[in-house]
Design a protein. Sequence first.
Length: 89
Amino acid sequence: TNATSNNDGQGEQPNVMLHITTHDWEPDQSGQLRVTKGTLVNVSHRAAHGWVYAATVQPGGMSMEPLAEGWIPQAVAKRVSLCRVVLDW
């Protein structure tokens, strides 16, 4: 029997991963997201050339509705686990 962990892709957002930004970054084109160091973002897409599509997260809120979204360089985003964020918050 297959474990339920093999159901990747069945949900609405199968590959969304929580990241935290490690640097301030100012967009130079439309469609990009301005972030400041320490911003929590959900990364949902990865593109070629080192870009990721991110949506900011409001920590502690009941809803996970994105506040803003756009492309950011992957270099300014570091993947984090949710339990680590809660502990550090």
